[in-house]
Design a protein around this ligand. Structure first.
Ligand code: ARG
Length: 470
């Protein structure tokens, strides 16, 4: 149903003599983006029409015609036969115009006591609520993958780093569970956002409410909202639900990016800690030996895009006077893109982590390098010889310097050499210098010891609804 040029716009053209210029139409139209809210728009219209009829604002007969027409609209949308028309700007006017074509006059009564300003943000809240739930589910799937992998690696020793310098040995299971914790907080942030988002703007009309005797509780309930929003100006102009969603996505994407960075490092020849499966590697067109972690690199880049979408939306909103302004149309461009990108990244990460193989020998060898058990040596001096920690630190430092000068490991120093720094040292010292002993000793709550990690894996299996390990 194209607009006839020269007669103004079919929906709002009453006072206009001519149609908008082509460029005006191009900058103004949002249908290419907001058609993704078609089903939400139909749901909002159904609830609104039911309420109008219930309150006697439109007749039952009109409501029946509207509901039947919306059935048809929905069927066409799902069949892919709905005739979208850019001249009708957005999803709201496309659907209303189609309804008019299908049922005639009653369609014109649907917009009573409603404006596109409350309509669009109702649709957008409904869409974002669904997207938040999907994002939470996706993150949960990734957590499950990580927890399962962690369960197989509770005893695998790898270097733990600070400043990317070998610090102390840790277990790979412990390292993987660190991300499960982060993604849990990310899910909690998305969940909180969905809770706060769940109020209905419908019935705020253009900005000031309406003189019709509407029942906002009724439409709120029909759409699964907890309650109607209390202030009509706030209802049509607030976008903090989208900002909150994007900021939570941006933080979660930052976590994905950190893990992605570790995949890039670990799969390098220099680290050789891990190998991505063929399905998650790419080749080079010139260097036949290459096996590139492209998906991980792209997750790193896309995390920045999501943060950009958050800051773009914040920039668009921060200087808007109340209430609605058309700037708010582009909120959906940013939000849809952020959720799409996030979805892709989480799925790619889950796929990579499900099939990545870990090189236990390389991890163990690296863990043993760099005097990673020096802290264990110092702790032994404190425990066994009663040295103050500061003095033990000093003695250990001297032993590290000696080993460095001799180009050997701490465990290669002779007992006499050890005793040269602290006379009381006995054979027992060698027990704490292996990486296995080191990690096994870290049994404090939250520590890296295999027993603790196995407990945490069991916890996560329960929380994530995974079957206990055989
Ligand atoms: N397509 C518009 C949007 O996405 C709908 C609201 C238009 N309201 C208006 N007063 N022009 O924001």
């Amino acid at each position: 149903m194209a607009t006839e040029k020269g007669k103004g716009h079919t929906m709002w053209g009453g006072r206009f003599a001519t149609a908008p210029s082509d460029i005006m139409e191009a900058i103004n139209a949002s249908i290419d983006v907001d058609q993704r809210m078609a089903e939400q728009d139909v749901a909002g219209s159904r609830a609104h029409a039911d309420m109008l009829a219930e309150m006697g604002i439109i007749s039952e007969a009109d409501n029946e015609a509207i509901q039947a027409g919306l059935d048809q609209v929905l069927a066409e949308l799902r069949a892919g036969t709905f005739p979208f028309d850019r001249a009708l700007e957005d999803i709201h006017m496309n659907i209303e115009a189609r309804l008019k074509a299908l049922i005639g006059e009653p369609a014109g009564r649907l917009h009573t006591a409603r404006s596109r300003n409350d309509q669009v943000v109702t649709d957008f809240r409904l869409w974002t609520r669904g997207a938040l739930n999907e994002a939470m589910d996706r993150l949960r799937e990734l957590q499950r993958v990580l927890a399962v992998r962690a369960g197989d690696e509770t005893e695998t020793v790898m270097p733990g780093f600070t400043h990317l310098q070998t610090a102390q040995p840790v277990t790979l299971g412990h390292h993987l569970l660190a991300y499960v914790e982060m993604f849990q907080r990310d899910r909690a942030r998305l969940f909180d956002c969905a809770l706060r988002l769940n109020e209905s703007p419908l019935g705020a009309a253009a900005l000031a409410g309406t003189g019709f005797p509407i029942d906002r509780e009724m439409t709120a309930e029909a759409l699964g909202f907890d309650r109607p929003m209390a202030n009509s100006l706030d209802a049509v102009s607030a976008r903090d639900f989208a900002l909150e969603a994007l900021s939570a996505l941006s933080i979660a994407a930052t976590h994905l990016s950190r893990l992605a960075e570790e995949i890039v490092l670990w799969s390098s020849a220099q680290f050789s800690f891990a190998t991505l499966s063929d399905a998650w590697s790419t080749g080079s067109s010139i260097m036949p030996q290459k096996r590139n972690p492209d998906a991980a690199e792209l997750i790193r880049a896309k995390a920045a895009l999501i943060t950009g979408q958050f800051t773009s939306l914040q920039g668009a909103v921060k200087a808007l006077p109340l209430a609605y302004a058309k700037d708010l149309q582009d909120d959906k461009v940013l939000t849809f893109a952020a959720f799409d990108t996030f979805d892709l990244c989480v799925r790619a990460m889950a796929g990579m982590m499900e099939t990545i193989s870990f090189n236990h020998e390389a991890m163990r060898a690296a863990a043993a390098k760099g005097f990673s058990t020096a802290t264990d040596l110092a702790d032994w001096l404190v425990r066994e010889l009663g040295l103050p920690f500061r003095e033990a630190h000093h003695v250990t430092g001297a032993l590290v310097a000696l080993a460095e000068a001799k180009n050997c490991d701490l465990s290669d120093l002779s007992l006499e050499e050890m005793q040269g720094e602290a006379a009381g040292i006995t054979d027992g010292i060698y027990d704490v210098l292996t990486v296995e002993k080191s990690v096994a000793s870290r049994t404090s709550y939250g520590g890296t010891a295999p027993v603790r990690v196995a407990e945490e894996v069991a916890n996560w299996f329960e929380r994530l609804g995974l079957d206990a390990q055989k």
